[in-house]
Design a protein around this ligand. Sequence first.
Ligand code: TYD
Ligand code: MG
Length: 443
Amino acid sequence: MAKQKTTYVCAQCSYQTAKWLGQCPECGSWESLNEQHKTSKKRANLEKLPETLAFQAITTTTGQRISCGIAEFDRVMGGGLMQGSMVLLGGEPGIGKSTILLQVANALARKYQVLYVSAEESAAQLKMRGNRLQLDQAFQVLVETRFEIIEEILLKRLPDVVIIDSVQTIGMMDVDNVVGSLSQIKEVTARLLQLCKPRNMTVVLVGHITKDGSIAGPKSLEHMVDGVFYFEGDTHMDLRLIRAQKNRFGPTGEMGIWRMTGKGLEEVENPSTVLLAHRPDNAPGSVVVPCIEGSRPLLIEIQVLTSQSAYGTSRRLTNGIDSNRLAMLMAVMEKHLGIHSAGLDVFANVVGGLNVREPALDLGIIMALVSSIRGQSLPTGLVCFGEVGLVGEVRAVRQADVRIKECRRLGFKHMLCPQDDKLEGKDIQNVSTVADAAEWCWR
Ligand code: TYD
Ligand code: MG
C-alpha cells in the first residue's frame, strides 16, 4: 500500500526538509516552508517501454531559422532564432531587453505570427515605446501575468514566435509559490517548454539579472533552454552588447553590438571605433588590446589605476577582467620585472562595460600596470596582446592575423605581440618575455 510522507518545501527555493523550520536554511526566507504530501509509490509499472534506437539509424531534420533581418540579432543567435527552440535573454533592469525584443517582434512580424506577452508593462506603455521605436508591424500583444491564461491563448492562436517579458513576473494560479521565486520560474519555464516544443513555437524568455548577485533565478534556467544570451554593457553608457553564453544551435561567445539611442537600439557597424572614441592621449595606465569576441576582432581599452593605499590593506578592484587573473599578472610583474605593488590599491577596468575573459589581454594588463605605477604612458599608437605565463613568457594566441588587421585598419602603428612566423610587417614587434615588452616600451 502507498505510504503517506510529509515533506516541507520552501516556496522560494524549493529546499526540502522532513521537519518544519521557521527559516529556510538554504535561502534564508522566513516562514516559506509549506507542507507537501508525497505518496511514495513502488516501482513504476509501465505497460509499454519505449524502444532503444540504433545510433546510425537515427535521422535528423535540419531546423528552420527564423531570421528577423536585424543583422546583429541574427548574428548572435547563430543566423537567426532556430524554429521551435526556447532561448533566454537576460540582463539588468533597464539595459534594453524589452526594447530589443519589441524591435525584433516588429521585424519578425513581416513574415511570422508574433505574440508579445507583457507581464510588466501595460499595453499603453508598450505602445508609447513602440512609437519611439517607429514600429509599424501588426504583431499581437497580450498583457497578462497568469500562466494559465497565457497557455490558453497560445493554444488558441499558435503563434510562430512568443516573447515572454519577463519570466519572473508570470505566476501560476494553482501553485501557492511566490511570483518570481525560483520554483515558480522553473515551473513556468518547464510548462512553456512542454507547451511550445511539440507545437514548434519559438519562445524568447526575458530574465532579469541584477549585478548584486541575485542571478539565481534566470541562471537556474540555463540547462532547460536551448540558448542563453546575456546583455553586457554599462547602463550609464550607450553601448549595449548581447553575448551568447550557451547556444545549442550556434556558436557560443558570439556577440551582437548596439547603441542605445532616442529611437531604440541601433546596430553598430564599427564597434572598435565606438569603444575607443573617448580614449585619452598619453594617459598612464591606459592600453589598447585587440581581442576576439565571437567571430570578430574588437579593440578595447583597458585602464589601470594604482594609488597609495589609505588603509593597512590594499584593495584590488576589477571591472570586466577576472580579478584572479589580475592577481596572477601582478605576481608575474613583481617577479620578472622587479616592480612592486605592495601598499598600492589597484583598480582595473575595461572601458564600455564589456566582460573580457581572453588570455590575450595579459600582456596589455601588465603593460598598463607598469605604466600606471611608473606614471609613464605607453607609446602613442601602440597595441599589445599575448598570453603571459608564470615564468614571464609571452605566449601565442589564436587569430593573431585577424587582430593585427583590425589594429591596422584603425591606424595603430606599433603592435607588441608574441613570436609568430605568420605575422609580417615593420609595425610588428615580437616579444618573448614581459621584460622584452617593458624594455621596448620604455627604451
Ligand atoms: P528597457 O528595454 O525597458 O530595459 P529592460 O527591459 O531591460 O528593463 O530599457 C529601457 C531603457 O532604455 C530606459 O532607461 C530608457 C532607454 N531607452 C532609450 O534610451 N531609447 C529608447 O528609444 C528606448 C525605447 C529606451
Ligand atoms: Mg523590460
